[in-house]
Design a protein around this ligand. Structure first.
Ligand code: BJ8
Length: 425
């Protein structure tokens, strides 16, 4: 990291020693996993830069935005509508949930058998090492899985600014009405926080900003259909992870530049791995920054990842919000329509998801599906079995991986992943 940000972190009340140790681990991990890759598009240098400054320059920018009167909203889930946040000239950021931290302390507050993602959020808060949560004017929790829902009761005692959004559990008319009611309530709260009244023009502007980010990611995803793939799955995942942190306009622009380079590579028949490398579709729980364990294992075991059926991936970005409508009511309806299509496993039943996995398998010309679940994540663990059965019925090779953020099972996982990839050759 170029600049000395210590006084900024101190101002955010971070634990400097612990934070320093975390950054060192992150930096080392990034070098080992990302910078050791061969044949990366040069334009990835931008995401390398964002990563190297993810707790530095980006936080400085957010704090400058705050000084200028913008509000920062922190979120743990893709159900928090960024369109509404942007419409009030506020900024939405993802909160740190992708690595273990202060686990012993966390397990004094939450049961040991809580998923790593939830424990991570608490670890970063308890350890005072997430500058995003400390910068946020509002932290949004959502009633999705039971683990998150109940842990927000605990988090509420640790932060002064938690707002909890109810999320339906069924794709019924009642469920859709609930989502709409909750988005309207959220909009009121955002208006109160920012002092800005959201009108149709503002909402349309918010929708367009977020759609542009999604379109850039769609373009990147679509270029991954090529064989050889012009980008590694690790790099594509990084773009999907940075989606939640970077300035939206800059992100859109940078991803489009990566896509320009990918197009040239495709024309020249250049790829990251040789043509014919087994192609994997990843499906399951979101991989929050810096959770790179499984993709790294896959891509260092002779395969390339060509798509992510995940909230940090296509489940989160696949649908655009219709910005062609005129009135507030119509635009709100468009936002609700868009988010109600998200096929998270917290919904019961959740039949669309299997169709999407099959569709992605075909679109990205994958050879096999690796279904990834975090340990103790009941919604995705239970769905994993139905996914496996459905794919096997279509002769799609599938393997189920259940893991956490620790590195203890790496060798065991590598053996299974290698055997699976071998079978695809
Ligand atoms: S819309 S997937 S981002 S809830 S891994 S905490 S489900 S026990 S993250 Fe998610 Fe929103 Fe759904 Fe997407 Fe619970 Fe499972 Fe843990 Fe999870």
């Amino acid at each position: 990291m170029g600049e000395d940000y210590r006084s900024m972190w101190k101002g955010l009340n971070l634990n400097l020693q612990a934070h320093n140790a975390l950054l060192q681990v992150l930096d080392q991990g990034y070098q080992d996993i990302y910078l050791s890759q061969k044949n990366r598009p040069e334009a990835m240098g931008y995401l390398d830069f964002v990563m190297s400054e993810v707790h530095g320059l980006r936080i400085k920018e957010l704090l400058n935005e705050k000084k200028a009167g913008r509000k920062i909203i922190g979120s743990f889930c893709v159900f928090v509508p960024e369109e509404i946040v942007q419409a009030a000239d506020a900024t939405l950021v993802g909160l740190c949930t992708g690595a273990d931290f202060a686990t012993e302390e966390v397990e004094k507050l939450l049961p040991r058998n809580t998923c790593s993602l939830i424990k991570s959020a608490f670890g970063f808060k308890i350890g005072k090492v997430c500058p995003y949560i400390e910068s946020a004017d509002m932290i949004v929790g959502e009633n999705t899985c039971d683990g998150k829902k109940k842990s927000y009761e605990v988090l509420n005692e640790m932060v002064p600014n938690l707002y909890v959004m109810d999320i339906p559990q069924m794709k019924s008319n009642e469920g859709r009405n609930l989502l709409k009611t909750e988005y309207l309530r959220f909009m009121k709260e955002i208006e109160k926080l920012t002092g800005i009244t959201i009108d149709a023009a503002r909402l349309r502007k918010g929708i367009r900003i977020v759609n542009d980010k999604r379109k850039a990611i769609h373009r990147l995803s679509s270029l991954r259909k090529a064989d050889p793939s012009p980008i590694s799955g690790l790099d594509a995942l990084l773009a999907n992870q940075i989606f939640f942190y970077d300035d939206p306009a800059r992100f859109t622009d940078s991803v489009n530049k990566i896509c320009n380079e990918m197009e040239k590579r495709i024309k020249n028949n250049e790829g990251v791995f040789p043509k014919g490398t087994p192609r994997i579709l990843l499906s399951g729980c979101p991989m929050a920054l810096p959770n790179w364990k499984l993709p790294w294992l896959i891509e260092t075991s002779g395969a390339v990842i060509v798509g992510e059926e995940s909230c940090v991936g296509e489940r989160g970005t696949r649908n655009l919000t219709d910005d062609s409508r005129d009135t507030m009511e119509e635009l709100i309806e468009a936002i609700v329509d868009r988010y109600f299509k998200v096929d998270c496993a917290i919904f019961t039943p959740n039949p669309d998801r299997i169709g999407h996995i099959e569709e992605m398998f075909n679109t990205y010309k994958a050879d096999g599906v690796i279904h990834y679940t975090l340990q103790f994540c009941q919604p995705y663990l239970i769905e994993a079995m139905a996914v496996e059965r459905a794919l096997e019925a279509k002769d799609i090779p599938t393997i189920r991986i259940e893991t956490d953020y620790s590195m203890e099972d790496v060798e065991q996982l590598r053996t299974r992943v290698e055997a699976f990839i071998e079978q695809l050759k």
